[in-house]
Design a protein around this ligand. Structure first.
Ligand SMILES: Cc1cc2nc3c(=O)[nH]c(=O)nc-3n(C[C@H](O)[C@H](O)[C@H](O)COP(=O)(O)OP(=O)(O)OC[C@H]3O[C@@H](n4cnc5c(N)ncnc54)[C@H](O)[C@@H]3O)c2cc1C
Length: 460
């Protein structure tokens, strides 16, 4: 049954991608009306193109009918970026092939719909890997991770998506295909349009393919620690002390007691539920020095993973943190604050104060080694007071972060969640002119405002 899209549009889409790949109703359609932080919006129709040429024809069609376009991967976004009312949704996951693994140039050519986990499965037999690892890697796509400029657990050591994309193909709002960048280790010919697209949240075009850098699976031995502390601030001290001792952790993840409690309850783990838990990887050669730092910062327990299996189980538990916590309330607002690393402990203390002031539960997890934390503001949807308190806490946590020289997004992006805060941050730190330039750039790529409109820079 046709629900939203008009029949002419449906027929044309079926002509392009086949009836199996056009969704206008039913449970499959419902999946596209929310993201993973419960932002809701009903699309007009969903199409699952099988090739770049199909994407191009779909975009041309949408433009001819003035229908807004939403590129979408797994819909694991947490900011409303992956839902759009009345949109023609282009789900890229039929384009899920790794096209070429190049072990000499250390590059992989890949279609946009491949999940990061599948990409790493393909790379492993070659002895290579792709480092950025959002905790959603098991589903999130290359295209979605590029468009969000995603980070993850290993980014403290390896950086985020922006550090790993060298070239991509982009279907523009005018229906033409732009090839941005080159599959080269070095290239500085012209403005860097590749990195304009990284973090563009589907507002500049649809990514269909990319060349990503890859590196050999590290041979250096690392040790994984699970550490507990009696207070949150000490964890800020640990990262400060490691860094000033010139120790670069390969992983430095934070979870508070409430997060660990939710994990134990929901996933059957049996971790100590102390105030703060850290998951830290350091190179084996610096294990003794790092252990001394953990002790002197007041670690209550220092557990070294006994083998790879146990190390992996710690990692997997961390990737489940958000979903475990989310399942303990009916409403959620996920923060994604990025701070100067030396102010991490101070900010964590602030989160506690804000939670108490508003009478809310705000468990925190995050990639604390690069100053990126996720206070997860929980509330009850049916209780207006609780909703209002969550909104106030959200605003306050963003403003405090901006005042401390931080950013309202380290990796999740802006979507429809934070455009006002994006404007506030840019005006405070970079100036009005920067925002003006961003708005002009959007117009150059998408003069008719068809690509994921009304969010992000558009709404800042
Ligand atoms: C449990 C959980 C853990 C998470 N952990 C992390 C984390 O550690 N680090 C992190 O950075 N994020 C994390 N996220 C957020 C999210 O998973 C990432 O942003 C992810 O990269 C989004 O990929 P996706 O394929 O789901 O994209 P979607 O959610 O489908 O889309 C996200 C945005 O990208 C755009 N987009 C998608 N595909 C394309 C394309 N081909 N061309 C142009 N634009 C496109 C969409 O329009 C939208 O604006 C987490 C989410 C969950 C649910």
């Amino acid at each position: 049954m046709v629900k939203k899209a008009d029949r002419r549009l449906l027929e044309k889409l079926v002509e392009i991608s086949g009836s199996d790949n056009v969704i206008a109703d039913g449970p499959a359609y419902e999946d596209y009306s929310h993201d993973m932080a419960d932002y809701m919006a009903e699309p007009a129709v969903v199409v699952r193109p099988r090739s770049e040429e199909e994407v191009r024809r779909v975009v041309e069609l949408a433009r001819s009918m003035s229908i807004p376009i939403l590129a979408r991967g797994a819909g694991s976004s947490l900011t409303g970026a992956a839902v759009l009312e009345g949109a023609l949704v282009i789900d890229t996951r039929n384009m899920n092939r790794v096209l070429k693994v190049d072990t000499v140039n250390w590059l992989v050519e890949v279609q946009a719909g491949v999940s990061l986990e599948d990409l790493n499965k393909e790379l492993k037999p070659h002895g290579f890997f792709f480092p950025p690892d959002p905790a959603s890697s098991y589903i999130c796509t290359v295209g979605g991770a590029i468009a969000e400029g995603s980070g993850g657990l290993r980014c403290v050591k390896y950086g985020t998506m922006k550090d790993w994309v060298v070239a991509l193909r982009l279907v523009l709002a005018n229906g033409r295909v732009a090839r941005l960048g080159e599959p080269l280790a070095k290239n500085r010919a012209g403005y860097d349009l590749v990195h304009l697209v990284v973090g563009s949240e589907g507002t500049l075009g649809v990514v269909t393919e990319a060349y990503l850098k890859i590196i050999p699976i590290p041979s250096v031995k690392t040790n994984r620690f699970l550490l507990t502390f009696g207070d949150w601030e000490s964890t800020g001290e640990v990262i400060g002390r490691l860094r000033s001792s010139k120790i670069m952790p390969h992983l430095f993840e934070f979870m508070d007691g409430e997060t660990i409690h939710a994990l134990n309850e929901k996933t059957g783990t049996a971790f100590d539920e102390s105030e703060a838990t850290l998951l830290v990887d350091v190179e084996a050669v610096v294990t003794a020095e790092a252990t001394k730092i953990f002790e002197s910062c007041g670690a209550l327990t220092i557990k070294l993973a006994k083998d790879e299996e146990e190390a992996e189980s710690f990692y997997q538990a961390r990737t489940m943190a958000y979903l475990a916590v989310k399942s303990t309330a009916t409403g959620v607002q996920v923060e994604d604050i990025s701070l100067p690393i030396d102010r991490l402990g101070e900010y964590l203390r602030t989160v506690k104060r804000v939670a108490k002031k508003h009478g809310l539960r705000i468990p925190v997890n995050g990639h604390a080694g690069d100053g990126n934390v996720h206070p997860v503001i929980l509330y009850e949807v049916s209780d207006p007071k609780s909703r209002e308190a969550a909104g106030d806490a959200f605003e306050e946590l963003c403003s405090i972060a901006i005042g401390m020289g931080g950013s309202v997004s380290g990796e999740h992006g802006i979507g429809s969640q934070k455009p006002r805060q994006l404007g506030e941050q840019l005006r405070a730190h970079e100036g009005e002119e920067t925002l003006r330039l961003m708005k002009e750039i959007k117009k150059v790529f998408d003069p008719e405002g068809l690509m994921n409109p009304g969010k992000y820079v558009d709404a800042a």
